[in-house]
Design a protein around this ligand. Structure first.
Ligand SMILES: Nc1ncnc2c1ncn2[C@@H]1O[C@H](COP(=O)(O)OP(=O)(O)OP(=O)(O)O)[C@@H](O)[C@H]1O
Ligand SMILES: [Mg+2]
Length: 343
């Protein structure tokens, strides 16, 4: 395992949020692969019931069960879990009250539906609770003793890190702030204690919230608003993951002149003629228009990049994969994250 410092050493719960469609699921999966590289074990948790993770890793829909979905570069494993609030509630009842059978009865009478669909605070605490449980989970004592006899140190964690493909920016602060949500529902008792334990992990230095964004106005604004909101809620802001970045096609000088409408059209006409194409003037005009469009886009992206930098958080840039995101693409994004120090 490399001994170099990584930006999130010590963090064990990585929450990935962002505007819809900016790449939360893709980047959560890439980050999980990056964190697992070199022999670690990472759990990728999906909470929105859309089976996006299974699709990404080309496996059948995930049951409510942790499954190995990928082997990371240089060893290491990514496991995945699609948390379903109903199954999480049954598990919770069984764990805290020994109520497996009662759970079945409750399901039959629709109580579970009530708890998971009507009371959003309960739903959220079940989802975040599952992720924080995985963060705290340790290898069973007997197994730990067998692997390292004669030590009294706490058993090692089952997962070195947990990555959560979380709800979008608009809902993230409320989603993670389960304490406030549950406070109105349960002032004491086991649900309250459970919420307190969940919040302990979420507020600790072990948890950060990363933001996926694009180099576009709306997603960037949502990212900056989300950062302010998450920080305001007393949670730790992680990095800004700038996704689908396209490299500029021309040198800065040519682009700057093009943006000002100073494209050398005569040179373009010469170039088109040299290429032996017909109607060189017409083609050159079309090219000049495209050049201006490209130059303006690059300028806008550069402004957005500056605004994102103003948040003062570590930033990572991930390329637009022109062939779409397949498994090879995920590994490529994971390597890019590692190269930039994210993992
Ligand atoms: N770097 C990339 N290059 C090319 N395509 C990408 C990249 N990142 C994501 N995509 C594609 O963009 C689309 C949206 O990505 P993804 O599903 O990860 O976003 P999301 O934020 O999870 O969306 P949702 O809000 O619907 O959950 C997908 O089709 C995905 O394959
Ligand atoms: Mg998604």
């Amino acid at each position: 395992m490399s001994a170099r410092e990584r930006d999130w050493d010590g963090v064990r719960l990585h929450v990935v949020t962002g505007k819809g469609g900016t790449g939360k699921t893709t980047l959560a999966a890439s980050l999980a692969l990056a964190l697992a590289s070199g022999g670690r074990r990472v759990l990728l948790v999906e909470v929105e019931g859309r089976q996006g993770v299974a699709q990404l890793f080309d496996c059948p829909p995930l049951p409510y069960e942790e499954r190995r979905v990928a082997v990371a570069p240089r060893g290491g494993e990514v496991h995945a879990l699609a948390v379903d609030p109903e199954a999480a509630l049954l598990e919770y009842l069984e764990m805290f009250y020994g109520l497996r059978r009662a759970g079945e009865v409750l399901t039959r009478f629709g109580v579970i539906d009530f708890a998971t669909t009507i009371a959003p605070g309960v739903r959220d605490v079940l989802l975040t609770g599952k992720a924080t449980e995985a963060v705290r989970r340790r290898v069973r004592r007997d197994r730990a003793r067998r692997d390292a006899p004669g030590t009294d140190a706490p058993a090692p964690f089952v997962y070195d890190a947990v990555v959560m493909d979380a709800p979008p920016t608009g809902r993230i602060a409320q989603f993670l702030n389960v304490n406030a949500e549950v406070a109105g529902l349960a002032r004491s008792g086991p649900i309250r204690n459970h919420a307190d334990r969940v919040m302990e992990v979420i507020r600790s230095a072990e948890t950060v919230v990363h933001f996926a964004t694009l180099l576009e106005e709306m997603p960037a604004q949502e990212c900056l608003d989300g950062i302010a909101e998450v920080a305001g809620a007393g949670l730790n802001v992680g990095g800004v993951l700038v996704n689908m970045v396209r490299p500029p096609l021309l040198d800065p000088d040519t682009l700057a002149r093009a943006a000002l409408g100073e494209t050398d059209t005569a040179a373009l006409v010469q170039g088109v003629k040299a290429a032996g194409l017909e109607h060189p003037e017409e083609i050159a005009r079309g090219l000049a228009d495209e050049l201006v469009g490209h130059a303006l886009r690059v300028r806008l992206e550069s402004d957005v990049r500056d605004r994102l930098a103003s948040a003062g958080r570590p930033r990572y840039e991930l390329p637009l994969l022109t062939d779409g995101v397949d498994l090879a693409g995920l590994y490529r994004l994971a390597e890019t994250l590692r190269d930039q120090g994210a993992a």
